[in-house]
Design a protein around this ligand. Sequence first.
Ligand code: AMP
Length: 302
Amino acid sequence: MQIISQISDLNRLIKKWRLSGQTIGLVPTMGSLHDGHLRLVEMARKDSDKVVVSIFVNPTQFAPTEDFDQYPRDIDSDRVKLEKYSPDLIFTPTTQAIYPKGAASTRVCPSESLSQILCGKSRPHFFDGVAQVCSILFNIVQPDFAYFGEKDRQQLVIIRRMVRDLHFPIIIINVPTERDVHGLALSSRNSYLSEEQRIFASELFKTMSRVKSQILAGNQDYAYLCNRAIEHLTNMGFVVDYFELRNSIDLSEDLQANRCIFAAANLEATRLIDNLLVDAEPATPIPVSYNIDSQATELLFF
Ligand code: AMP
């Protein structure tokens, strides 16, 4: 397991791997790793000859008022956690290396119909920053597969669409959300919460689960169910950003199939986001045997 910070060193290694016909899996992260991240690395290890984990707290996805400076960083502990999953490489670039032109760098703007809804309403800059850094990482690492968590489903959908629209020859693999014993989705930001607050925070998932049960029992008054959920969470002390039902594949309001509950709420200063499928999605299109010469882009279902 090597750690590389210089892009020129990485370029040399990637060239060597590609020339010898090896497949590459990329797991982009912002570090402060937990079991959710490690599940992505575990899946990448199964699919690819070479696995790259990038650790980069991306400044362009934070607004000036947000927690970029406080965001937890612990590369030593990340390295120890990763050892068990033996990625071939941990890529830890500097901000200067990723954005040599700083604020004048080229921007990447996903479709506003995807990026300005849900989290994008209160964080309008966020998905532009995510798309920008993922494009850069995709170009540097040249992966065959890139792994994204369903916990950030809006991000997953936007990256899938970006890969299709910009013709990146990459297959995006989604990985189910890892939760703690109380149901709270694991997140690096959970480190801002006390143990007691984490248990309390799981009420977000429990509320989503109750709404899902009511829908599956036949209640189709989605607006009523979501409003009641918002009322309940607000009474409990959450500041709800949104609690909505949308289509899990394209985030539209077409709820004929692929219904998914999306929610975001603040518990004091900590932003929690989560989502819960109401209808099972089509199986993840992981190729059984992947031929590096025929990029299987038709496997993308969105
Ligand atoms: P982050 O470091 O928060 O940018 O996350 C890096 C990747 O890990 C993203 O693809 C996330 O969706 C994924 N991820 C974060 N938390 C979880 C979780 N609890 N379960 C599964 N994947 C996750």
